[in-house]
Design a protein around this ligand. Structure first.
Ligand code: NDP
Length: 480
């Protein structure tokens, strides 16, 4: 009887062993043969949106990401940058508060604590993005993807297959080839987590990133040099706004070097930055913000012949489809309008079209934007220069004022607003602002511009008093 029991025990163990082996084999076979409906490369804002919405329509989705989910905006861009803007503004706010009667005796800043708080918040957000993907049923695969066929990519020696593949790999900072710059300069990635506040920082460029960081570091008390090759900062924005921004840079004590280039950089105890007019600036850090380039280098697009532009961004049609039937691309990697809400919109429209049976396209006209300078700039629609270049006859309305809050505080920051109105039909085709709360105000104005409302509709709208926003509905006389 004992022997029979032992025999049964051995048989059970053997059967259990065979069962476990078969189960493992089954899952291995299932996964190795799995063909996803969609494989997304890149878990940034656009990729995550496309993955989540596609999965909600019942698609099986795999998302390949080498880093944590979140992408540039969440981990190295918009979010940490905006938190840094908030952090740097308290200095000014405390000084404003004094004339309102607040006694602030001691005021100092703890850079390590700020870095710690930022890290905690970014960890939290990356976790949220991770959960969004998991909860929507997407499989997350960590690694770098490269194409081996139009429907297959290789990740860490595994082959992942999808009926459709969406590239959403974003972009990276581009550094110009100037002697010593690549070796000694930092980009926005490093600027967001410097171990200590630089006493002196020079910044090359005058686009979004350069301008935002110039004000951030100045807010914390650094001496800031802003070096740029154009005559006014923020090329592409309305010229009057650019002029106001230049005044605000000077007003804050930021040293500007317009129409200037860097000739070379060398390191002694500090960085010596030689300008093309012979002047030498001495700085603790040099931040280069000269634009971004698409992340296409690791994808091995050449293996399947995906067409790319001269600057290596991916060429797509209005469906975000490349020249290869099964391969799509959205967001900064396509270098259309490089803003998070655009990538989100492109990703959502892609998922709707490809898996939701909805023929929906992202609209690229009247995309509002903001530069978080201090005060911020925000715009929607055409600039005056664009309207003139397109031969549109316009009426221009402007308002230039000192915000009520600054009357008592003595803060010299001003606000400027501008409406571009098409003469032919009275439609507002552009709205621009520099001043406190500009992005918050412009988001609503963008609805009116998108809806092609007329200046007469603005005039009929009752203002909210006292507010800065009411200026947009009370501008009555045209600029000469
Ligand atoms: P931008 O394209 O905004 O600005 C690039 C700047 O670098 C310009 O001032 C440009 O000068 C200058 N530049 C380019 N090449 C050279 C060179 N060889 N030598 C000297 N200067 C040069 O790029 P950013 O890096 O500031 O930002 C990248 C993108 O990130 C933006 O386009 C935007 O889409 C996005 N972004 C959006 C933000 C937001 O929405 N708030 C915030 C940050 C970034 P010039 O004008 O003369 O060409």
């Amino acid at each position: 009887r004992k022997e029979t029991m032992k025999f049964i025990q051995i048989c059970s163990l053997f059967l259990f062993y065979i069962y476990t082996l078969c189960k493992k084999l089954y899952f291995f076979m299932k996964n190795s043969n799995k063909i996803y409906d969609l494989v997304v490369i890149g878990a940034g804002s656009g990729g995550v949106r496309a993955a989540r919405i596609s999965a909600s329509y019942g698609a099986t989705v795999a998302v390949i990401e080498e880093d944590r989910p979140g992408g540039t905006c969440v981990l190295r861009g918009c979010i940490p940058k905006k938190l840094m803007v908030y952090a740097s503004e308290f200095n000014k706010q405390m000084s404003d508060a004094k004339k309102y009667g607040w006694k602030i005796d001691e005021c100092s800043h703890d850079w390590d604590l700020l870095n710690k708080s930022l890290k905690e918040e970014l960890d939290r957000l990356a976790g949220i993005y991770d959960n969004i993907l998991k909860n929507s049923g997407c499989k997350i695969i960590k690694g770098v993807a490269n194409f081996i066929s139009p429907t297959r990519v290789k990740v860490n020696d595994n082959v992942i297959e999808g009926k459709k593949i969406l590239i959403a790999t974003g972009g990276h900072s581009w550094i110009p080839d100037i002697s010593g710059v690549k070796e000694h300069a930092i980009t926005s990635n490093e600027a967001l987590k410097l171990p200590k506040l630089p006493k002196n920082i020079s910044i090359l460029g005058s686009g979004y990133i350069a301008i935002e960081f110039a004000f951030i570091f100045r807010g914390f008390g650094s001496n800031v040099n802003l070096i740029y090759r154009s005559d006014l900062p923020l090329r592409g924005f309305d010229n009057e706004i650019r002029g106001c921004l230049e005044k605000e840079l000077l007003n804050k004590g930021i040293k500007i070097y317009p129409k200037t280039k860097i000739k070379k950089v060398s390191k002694n105890s500090k960085l010596d930055i030689e300008l093309d007019d012979g002047r030498i600036l001495s700085s603790d850090e040099l931040l280069v913000a000269t634009g971004r380039k698409a992340n296409t280098d690791n994808l091995k697009l050449e293996n399947i012949g995906v067409e790319i532009s001269h600057d290596r961004s991916i060429l797509v049609n209005e469906n975000s489809r490349t020249n290869i039937e099964t391969v799509f691309a959205i967001g900064d990697v396509t270098d259309r309008i490089n803003l998070t809400p655009v990538a989100l919109g492109e990703g959502h429209a892609f998922a709707d079209r490809e898996f939701g049976n909805k023929l929906r396209f992202f609209e690229y006209d009247n995309v509002p934007c903001a530069v978080f300078s201090q005060p911020p700039v925000s715009s929607v629609g055409l600039t005056e220069e664009e309207a003139v270049n397109q031969g549109i006859s316009c009426e221009i309305y402007t308002s230039n004022f000192k915000p009520l809050k600054n009357t008592i505080s003595g803060n010299t920051e001003k606000s400027f607003m501008k409406l571009i109105v098409r003469k032919e039909d009275n439609v507002v085709i552009g709205a621009h602002m520099i001043g406190s709360d500009a992005p918050e105000i412009m988001q609503s104005i963008a609805i009116a511009v998108k809806a092609k409302l007329k200046k007469s509709d603005f005039d009929l709208t009752v203002g909210i008093h006292p507010s800065a926003a009411e200026e947009f509905v009370t501008m009555r006389s045209q600029r000469d």
